[in-house]
Design a protein around this ligand. Structure first.
Ligand code: FES
Length: 80
């Protein structure tokens, strides 16, 4: 899904940037141009960045019980 039509920035691009430590609107804007043209996407871009941050925190910080070994796994990723 496009977040910024003017600069063809997608939700998945923003998630990838946040996963790589780019987690402010200003930084995303510097790299992609997102919200820097008409500005109509600014609220959606900020929401997308917040959503990506939450997903990243959940992905890397919540211990998960592996149902097969009954051991605590490091992350959701380690179960896949
Ligand atoms: S839609 Fe993003 S700057 Fe116009």
């Amino acid at each position: 899904m496009y977040v910024c039509i003017c600069n063809a920035v997608t939700e998945s691009q923003i998630h990838a940037l946040v996963d790589n430590g780019v987690n402010t609107l200003e930084a995303v804007q510097q790299i992609t141009g997102c919200s820097g043209t008409c500005g109509n996407c600014t609220d959606l871009a900020e929401q997308t960045i917040r959503k990506a941050r939450r997903r990243k925190v959940l992905q890397f910080s919540i211990p998960v019980l592996d149902m097969h070994t009954n051991q605590s796994a490091a992350s959701f990723d380690s179960l896949t």
